[in-house]
Write a protein that binds this ligand. Structure first.
Ligand SMILES: [Zn+2]
Length: 114
């Protein structure tokens, strides 16, 4: 009737099993995290990199992000859609939305096709 409370051996350190973890981790795919705050940072970077193709050589063609999904040229007012996180920097696209007011721009932008 002895209740042996004290273990005979000290608890095994977790290292015994955890050393196998890296092998498993290498299989895990890096999934795109759409909810991460990093998404917005990416777009902020885009604004630094991208320029309106019409104005880039002349005035600079700096772009402003509108509605999270549109890049509006600060020089000529052309509007370039960001479709599925990919900015469509085509002059034809910029022309297409040029006359439309920023508040009327569709969200999300339609995919340019044809
Ligand atoms: Zn422009």
């Amino acid at each position: 009737m002895s209740t042996a409370r004290a273990p005979k051996y000290p608890l095994q350190p977790l290292q015994a099993t955890s050393h196998q973890e890296p092998a498993k981790a290498s299989v895990v795919k890096l999934s795109k995290n759409l909810d991460s705050p990093g998404e917005f940072m990416v777009k902020a970077d885009l604004l630094e990199i991208l320029r309106c193709p019409v104005c880039v050589h002349d005035k600079g063609g700096k772009l402003a992000l509108v509605k999270e999904t549109w890049l509006v040229c600060q020089d000529c007012g052309r509007k370039y859609p960001i479709v599925e996180d990919i900015p469509v920097m085509l002059i034809d696209e910029g022309d297409k939305w040029h006359a439309m007011a920023e508040i009327d721009l569709p969200v999300p932008p339609p995919r340019p096709e044809g």
